[in-house]
Ligand binder design. Structure first.
Ligand code: PLP
Length: 453
């Protein structure tokens, strides 16, 4: 425990620390939750409460907390070479080995990695690579990137513009020019009278309509999360990705699959692109790459993009001080070693995911629950006023926030996106921990129902 008590830490926090995605006016009344330590899938706060982390931090602690091997890898690397840059023909052994290790698990046609410091930086890199690629191809008009409403691609200017979160766009005149958005494949929320399959086709065809509206010679890339995470674990209907693939095959447009959440085992494959049989040109990654133990991101780049950039591009004037950071790379490498040696992706695919999906499906019986959906170790629970009509509660987000707060009070972290409860636990979660997660979720739903009367 910290020498300072919770109240003293909270006061200091409120006085000096500006948090991401936080209403600071709220902090005084509610107080910040101070997480002090963690082990496996559990967190302990500054009051000693034990909480099951159903979100793996922020979708990132894939191998769970407390793996001393990662701490040792960072320590040893910091003693040997804590930092050196990878600009100007320089490199370092852990970054080289990590690039190779990632290429080995990435789709076959993707064999190079550009390292960044985060998922947002990865998407800034994506934007610059797409523009550079089409310049080199002699088609400088092909600069527009098509993205989706309610997608999330990070918080920098490029990331937030590529993302389709209206609340982010409203703060700071986003998106920047050259990025347009089409509807998301969110059947439960927006499918109306269509069946999921019909809606999947309709949503995918919005891409074709937008390409035709803008002109093929204007569109450089389509970017999407394979499953929208921050938007509410939105899983496209089965018809969506095949139809997107058909459209992409018809037009000469790069496919960017944002694997920042889904990459490194979350769906039961190394990458969701393998789960959905997609052939991306660029894959931004981060989070599970180091299981969040140190910051790191990257873009996995297809052979065709590399060939153009390398053969015709010369120097790419782009990079970050921490691109290929040796200590982060050493942690990433150890993280991949553990995932491979302990067969964590296989564990997700064959054991944890089928069990979690079977258990959470039972929550659909609850009177507040309109739909439960999931893939791999991702799950979403839609809270509704009326199950039959899919009618929402008035004042969107109030019931979700109540549910989220009751989760914490009952020792469980689940996130609320409006009135959709979402989960993304560490990949190493055991059967009994899944039981605990689902039992707690059920109990909390009862408490919410009781409070709503
Ligand atoms: N892309 C996706 C799909 C994400 O979910 C996130 C973060 O949640 C990002 C990009 C941005 O990553 P970071 O927060 O590391 O900048």
């Amino acid at each position: 425990m910290s020498k300072l008590n919770t109240a003293a830490l909270q006061a200091m926090d409120a006085a000096h620390y500006l948090h991401p995605f936080t209403d600071h006016k709220d902090l005084g009344a509610r107080g910040t939750r101070i997480i002090e330590r963690a082990e496996g899938v559990y967190l302990w706060d500054s009051e000693g409460n034990k909480v099951l982390d159903g979100m793996a931090g922020l979708w990132c602690v894939n191998i769970g907390y407390g793996r001393t091997e990662l701490a040792e890898a960072a320590y040893k690397q910091m003693l040997k070479l804590p930092y050196y840059n990878s600009f100007f023909q320089c490199t370092n052994p852990p970054a080289i080995e990590l690039a190779k290790a990632i290429a080995e698990v990435a789709p076959e046609h993707m064999n190079h990695v550009f390292f960044t410091g985060s998922g947002s930086e990865s998407n800034d890199t994506v934007l610059r690579m797409v523009r550079r690629y089409w310049d080199l191809k002699g088609k400088p008009g092909k600069k527009t990137i098509i993205s989706r409403v309610n997608g999330y691609h990070g918080s920098t200017v490029a990331g937030a513009s590529l993302g389709g979160m209206s609340v982010m766009h409203e703060q700071g005149d986003l998106p920047i020019p050259g990025i347009v958005h089409i509807p998301q494949p969110y059947w439960y929320g927006e499918g109306g009278d269509m069946s999921p399959d019909e809606f999947g086709i309709w949503a995918a065809q919005q891409l074709e309509a937008k390409i035709q509206e803008l002109g093929i010679d204007q569109v450089g890339a389509f970017i999407a999360e394979p499953i929208q995470g921050a938007g509410g674990v939105i899983i496209p209907p089965d018809t969506y990705w095949p139809e997107i693939k058909r459209i992409l095959a018809k037009y000469d447009i790069l496919l960017v699959i944002d694997e920042v959440i889904c990459g490194f085992g979350r769906t039961g494959q190394w990458f969701a692109s393998q789960h959905y049989d997609l052939k991306p040109d660029l894959m931004p990654i981060a989070k599970g790459m180091t299981s969040g133990y140190l910051p790191m991101g990257g873009v996995i780049v297809s052979d065709r993009v590399v060939e153009t950039m390398v053969e015709h591009g010369g120097e790419f004037y782009h990079g970050y001080t921490y691109s290929g950071h040796p200590a982060s790379a050493a942690v990433g490498l150890e993280n991949l070693r553990i995932m491979r040696d302990e067969k964590i992706v296989e564990y997700v695919r064959e054991e944890a995911a089928p069990y979690l999906q079977e258990k959470i499906a039972g929550l659909a019986e609850h009177r507040l629950v309109g739909e439960v959906r999931g893939v791999g170790l991702l799950g979403a629970i839609e809270l509704v006023k009326d199950k039959a009509t899919r009618e929402r509660f008035p004042d969107k987000g109030t019931v979700g926030t109540l549910c989220r707060d009751l989760c914490v009070a009952n020792g469980l972290v689940m996130r609320a996106v409006g009135d959709t409860m979402i989960m993304s636990p560490p990949l190493v979660i055991s059967r009994s921990e899944i039981d605990e997660l689902v039992d707690k979720a059920w109990k909390v739903l009862d408490q919410v129902a009781e409070q709503l009367g």
